[in-house]
Design a protein around this ligand. Structure first.
Ligand SMILES: NC(=O)c1ccc[n+]([C@@H]2O[C@H](COP(=O)([O-])OP(=O)(O)OC[C@H]3O[C@@H](n4cnc5c(N)ncnc54)[C@H](OP(=O)(O)O)[C@@H]3O)[C@@H](O)[C@H]2O)c1
Length: 259
């Protein structure tokens, strides 16, 4: 069967969900662009994709560097017109449970990578995708986009911003026949989750999470949010009176150790 996209770019492909998505999309006649910072881990993903028959290009790029990200993406798109762009790179941190504040620097770093880094990834290819009148952009937000959690203010802000940005973009790009998928996963097993100290209900493997994300993207879904009990729970906390959501979420004690 023909692959749904013959050119795919994935950021944060050196680890976790990004690496699993890269392998899931890799097949003969597919060109893949992989972005990450850790050369050794990115090359490991690249080798696994090549073993599945894909043509692979890698880039050691920090997505907070807007001009380096844009120039690599445009150059890659010139050689391999991109059909699917997945802005997945992300980072997480959180305040010490006994500290009232996260600190501006830590919050800004998460917003810099998770929100601005994703915008740096998406914006350079929007004109080319629109000119070709085909293609799809997917951004990996989080269920944390639905309601601010006391354990991770900066992370929630970054993912809520990313979700809003991508939902807005979808409305703008529809008439150019470019689709946008907002991915809001719950917990899945990855090096990021290894730093989580607290309950991780409905934890999936990163391969299972990648399978759900890929299926949703390939079917052209506007949103891919899972698992449904956590999605509904956080949506309820958002639409309920604030004191109810606050009371529920205060019980959730969680600490994210620094990377
Ligand atoms: N794990 C979860 O339970 C969970 C739940 C909901 C949403 N998410 C989101 O899912 C995405 C993937 O998470 P994951 O769990 O797979 O995390 P992970 O294993 O820590 O992987 C994060 C990836 O992002 C890359 N990255 C981080 N900062 C970057 C930067 N400045 N420039 C370029 N690449 C950068 C990392 O590259 P290097 O390692 O090469 O630096 C790595 O490839 C993230 O957006 C995360 O917020 C995760």
């Amino acid at each position: 069967m023909r692959a749904p996209f013959d050119v795919v770019v994935i950021t944060g492909a050196s680890s976790g969900l990004g690496a699993c998505l890269a392998k899931a999309y890799a097949s003969p006649h597919v060109a893949i662009g992989l972005i990450g910072r850790d050369r050794q881990r990115l090359e490991a993903t690249a080798s696994a994709c090549e073993a599945r028959g894909a043509t692979v290009n890698t880039a050691i790029v920090d997505v907070t560097d807007a001009s380096a990200t844009a120039s690599w993406l445009r150059e890659f798109d010139g050689r391999h017109p991109v059909g699917l762009l997945i802005a997945n790179a992300g980072t997480s941190a959180g305040p010490d449970p006994d500290s009232p504040s996260e600190g501006a620097e830590i919050a800004a770093r998460q917003i810099g990578v998770n929100l601005l880094g994703a915008i740096n990834t998406v914006e350079p290819l929007v004109p080319a995708l629109c000119a070709r009148k085909r293609g799809r952009i997917a951004v990996v937000a989080s269920i944390a986009a639905y309601r601010g959690l006391p354990c991770s203010p900066g992370y929630c802000a970054s993912k809520a911003g990313l979700r809003a940005y991508a939902e807005a973009l979808r409305g703008r790009l529809a008439r150019h026949r470019v689709g946008v998928t907002v991915v809001c996963p719950g917990f899945f097993d990855s090096p990021m989750t290894d730093r989580f100290d607290g309950p991780t209900p409905f934890l999936l493997s990163s391969d299972d999470a990648a399978r759900i994300v890929k299926r949703g993207i390939d079917r052209g879904r506007r949103r891919v949010a899972f698992p449904w009990p956590l999605v509904l729970g956080l949506q309820f906390c958002d639409i309920a009176p604030a004191f109810i959501g606050d009371a529920i979420l205060r019980r959730y004690r969680f600490h994210i150790h620094p990377a």
